[in-house]
Design a protein around this ligand. Sequence first.
Ligand SMILES: NC(=O)c1ccc[n+]([C@@H]2O[C@H](COP(=O)([O-])OP(=O)(O)OC[C@H]3O[C@@H](n4cnc5c(N)ncnc54)[C@H](OP(=O)(O)O)[C@@H]3O)[C@@H](O)[C@H]2O)c1
Length: 489
Amino acid sequence: MSDSSHGRVLHSHVVANFLVGLLQCNAAFLVDVARPAVPVQQRAARAAVEPRMLASTPKMVKLGLVGGGTVGGGIVEILSGKKAFVTDSLGVDIQFSKIVVRDPSKPRDFAVPDGCEVVGDVDSVINDPEIDLVVEVMGGTTLAKDVVVKSLKAGKSVVTANKALIAQDLPELESLIAEINVGREDEVQFGFEAAVCGGIPIIHALQNDFLGDDVVQLSGIINGCTNFMLSNMNLKGLSYAESLAEASELGYAEADPTLDVGGFDARSKLRIMMKLAFGINVDEDEIPCRGITDVTATDFEYASTIGGTVKLLGIAKLDAPGSDRISAFVAPCFVPSTSTLAGINGATNAVQIESSSLQESTFVGQGAGRFPTANSCVSDILAICQGITSQPFPKTAPDSLKFVNSFTSGFYVRIRFRDGTGIIQSVGEVMANNGVSIFSILQNPIEDKKDSQFVVMTDPCDVSKIKKVCVELEAQDWCLGDTFYMPVL
Ligand SMILES: NC(=O)c1ccc[n+]([C@@H]2O[C@H](COP(=O)([O-])OP(=O)(O)OC[C@H]3O[C@@H](n4cnc5c(N)ncnc54)[C@H](OP(=O)(O)O)[C@@H]3O)[C@@H](O)[C@H]2O)c1
């Protein structure tokens, strides 16, 4: 057995154990199945000790921070704590010039750096010719868009954590940046590492480390709130309502959790990663999206019976390597316990990438929170300040690559029924009439003959067939409705 195959064979066990430790220490790691995992912090430290030619006088960079809340405060705290390192080792003297907030009189939970003004007007940053770099961490898609667009047009580089804005306006931002940089020696830079999966360095990886590779499939647990809820349902046996209540109490869910539990937050992130991984721009509304509201304790019971669990995944995949068809969806999925993603619990995020050269790699870490998210912004800020340039959206898909609003998978179908004779025969007929092949049928002992549930696992087929099967099953007189299906990873 070769070393590399040995690495792959060990993968599911070693990585699963490794992930347990990793979750406990709250760190973001790159997990590559063919090589030992390298903590991101270790990589950064290694880079920092390499000899570098420093200018005798550090380069001064004036920074305008738009937003001084959770993330903005974290950025100030990290950079203030690293000031000596950044000046002495990286050769950059970063000065916070202005911090823009809604209410400048409100006390802040961080120390405002010396010489920095706290103001209430975004124009005072956009129009300040001395500010070189604007960091937008206010959120929203209206005023925040103004800040980003006007700052770029004014020749300032921009760092943002704003997923909603990028998911909505990616093609416009891409063209604008290209247009602004025509003929410029000092190209404006656009960093958005924090916009997808908070602290996980997935954007930089997709921008740089997969440039010479061909991504075939990207699968991610990319919403911390729903992963926290599903983990609680699985491991603690909580109901959906109890899990949501706990997620809200711990600050993982918004007051209106629809964006999380409906899958829409995950869809925005998937849309951005699709551009980076495959070069394709897909309107996020075109990506099929189902949330976790219909997942029940019964699904965890059956999933466990067949060796797996339920996760909300965002998946984008080519039909085959080199194919000109790409599909994507966000949905609860059956994830076999052999998959690394099955062991990612709590509010942790993970993105798994299958590609031609690197094969399978998984990026795991904190998807949100003050310091993980601020760390990603700081990483962008430091890269820009050091003059490290990168294309924000380096891949462009060939015209031949088409997004198809459908996908093929094996499916888990949960069926609610009133007991009687001929039910399995009836299910078989409906499936056969729609060209769906049954892989297996699972049924726990019936406790209530008037209202019980069983599960059919299918062979791979198009999702449209499963939707039709569900409609036809619900028309049977023994079926009690609420038929639920999910793809198998
Ligand atoms: N929090 C996370 O874990 C996380 C993770 C990933 C990405 N992000 C993204 O990071 C961005 C910021 O999130 P956050 O959690 O830091 O938000 P936040 O705590 O609500 O902070 C927003 C900041 O922006 C300021 N602001 C809002 N509207 C303004 C306006 N009209 N004019 C001037 N200032 C305004 C607020 O001022 P006041 O303080 O005076 O109200 C506040 O300081 C968002 O795009 C979010 O999606 C956050």
